[in-house]
Write a protein that binds this ligand. Structure first.
Ligand code: ACO
Length: 474
């Protein structure tokens, strides 16, 4: 059912109109996990900067996560499924080598009769959601656009084998409604891309949910990609006037949101942007912003990925800017862990929830997306200058996030470990009847009820809670 074919070739203010986030209702405490894993106290909580890690039982898979977040976005915004002309899924949680999660989501569209929905799944580690988002923006700005909204879903279950990477897992999904005249508007002409072949993190074993990870290489690749994206983004942002003449990138934006494998890497990444600005600065102020950095003036980017002295000095020098411009975006990353594709967008949601709406007016947010293998991008958006109803609605619909984080159930590391073993043993099993409890799931959560002998997956939904005025609580 096509919408009205738009008259103007360039729809204005294309961006995010609404956003919904979903994370599991159970978590393991990182301090308790340190004890269970027999690592030194503080390694996960201070060394990596993580507090809690969300995880799924065998009741949830990539399809159920996406069903949950899409339906909630539609319900909260009173949308009709007919309003959506494109639906994209970004994920690296693959449970079928042919049938996309997008096609599973078409069940939600069935009763509307809308089968005219472009878009499929996109995969490359944590970058698939960003690629899906770019597809959606491009569609709206193209001659193929039929005037309807695009919806982008980023979802993943991030699990690692026993060992030093396991504590950097997480799970969740973010759905975004993309359209014109949006309250969060993507900047045009500045998107920078860096892609390269690397075996830093990959999933060649189809029988396992776990990746093969070269942890140190993945950190190096992430920081290298960040340097490259910084270079191209700053060039374009200078040409388009986002970065003023002789100004630095850090001063040109109110917030920097990064893909977060773990929070400490994000702090190091902010320090890296600071380093890039510092190296470009013709006459750095060593008694002010760049105090303590004199000896790093001739640092070479490519030799400094694991230079601990430089890293420490840069993190100290950039700490107050990090605290205002990036730390507020780390709420979900710290409380849920690495959600993979939704991680960056969870960062954006966290930032939006960190201050009062009035304090967000006109803010520019720079985003860095990274997916191992590798694919990366730096791009930016600006928050509307007027606090219109769309902006209020966007924020109002996120008002459950902090309460839901708080209301989750803490599970002992022993139980978490058992759940991981169960997922290992039953991954791709058919027929299979999941055994995980559905009692703790949030209202409105879709869950797996059965995998039949033909590997077909069946789902059901936890009812929404009725509240006394007859409405439903999402
Ligand atoms: N108290 C405080 N800090 C501590 C303690 C302690 N008791 N023990 C260790 N630390 C610090 C370390 O000094 C280190 O900090 P530093 O890097 O600032 O020096 C940090 O904690 C981590 O310790 P390491 O020994 O470096 O950790 P390890 O090598 O065992 O594992 C790693 C870390 C490589 C990140 C691993 O968890 C991993 O492979 N994760 C998955 C890959 C990943 O997330 N890569 C990032 C980009 S790709 C992606 O998004 C998936």
């Amino acid at each position: 059912m096509p919408g009205t074919v738009p008259q103007e070739p360039w729809p204005t203010d294309v961006g995010i109109i609404a956003v919904e986030v979903y994370f599991p209702s159970q978590y393991v405490d990182q301090a308790e996990l340190e004890v269970f894993d027999n690592v030194s106290t503080g390694k996960y909580t201070i060394g990596l900067g993580q507090s809690k890690m969300g995880f799924c039982s065998d009741r949830e898979d990539i399809n159920s996560l996406c069903l949950t977040v899409v339906q909630k976005l539609v319900e909260k915004n009173q949308l009709s499924y007919n309003d959506i002309g494109r639906l994209e899924v970004g994920t690296e949680t693959i449970i079928d080598k042919s049938k996309s999660t997008k096609t599973v989501l078409m069940q939600l569209f069935e009763s509307s009769g809308n089968h005219s929905v472009e878009g499929l799944d996109t995969t490359n580690a944590c970058f698939g959601g960003t690629s899906a988002l770019f597809n959606a923006i491009n569609w709206i700005e193209s001659s193929s656009w039929d005037g309807r909204y695009a919806m982008v879903v980023a979802g993943d279950i991030a699990v690692y084998a026993t060992g030093n990477a396991r504590c950097t897992g997480g799970a969740g999904a973010v759905a975004m409604l993309i359209g014109k005249d949006a309250p969060l508007v993507f900047d045009r002409g500045v998107r920078s891309i860096y892609m390269q072949h690397a075996y830093d993190f990959y999933k060649p074993n189809m029988d396992s949910e776990y990746p093969l990870v070269d942890g140190k290489l993945s950190v190096k690749c992430y920081l290298h990609a960040l340097d490259k994206c910084y270079e191209a983004y700053t060039q374009r942002a200078t040409q388009t006037g986002i970065i003023g003449e002789n100004a630095s990138l850090i001063d040109s934006a109110d917030a920097f949101v990064f893909h977060s494998p773990y929070c400490k890497l994000v702090q190091k990444s902010f320090a890296r942007v600071f380093l890039n600005d510092f190296l470009k600065e013709p006459s750095p102020d060593f008694s002010g912003r760049y105090a303590g950095l004199e000896s790093f003036r001739n640092l070479k980017l490519e030799n400094s990925y694991f230079d601990r002295d430089a890293e420490k000095a840069l993190m100290t020098a950039s700490n107050s800017l990090f605290t205002t411009k990036t730390k507020p975006s780390l709420l979900l990353a710290n409380q849920v862990g690495n959600m993979y594709t939704p991680s960056l967008y969870g960062g954006l949601v966290s930032y939006l929830l960190s201050v009062s709406p009035a304090d967000l007016i006109g803010h520019r947010v720079v985003l860095f997306s990274y997916g191992s293998g590798l694919a990366s991008a730096m791009f930016s958006l600006r928050i509307t200058k007027d606090l219109g109803p769309k902006f209020h609605k966007l924020l109002e619909n996120l008002s459950n996030v902090k309460k839901d984080l708080h209301d989750r159930v803490k599970v002992a590391p022993e139980e978490f470990d058992k759940t991981m073993k169960l997922r290992e043993e039953t991954h791709n099993k058919a027929p299979y009847a999941p055994v995980g409890s559905t009692k703790e799931l949030f209202p409105g959560t879709w869950y797996l009820t059965e995998v039949d002998s033909m590997y077909r997956r069946m789902y059901d939904r936890v009812p929404l809670v009725q509240i006394p005025n007859g409405n439903v609580k999402n």
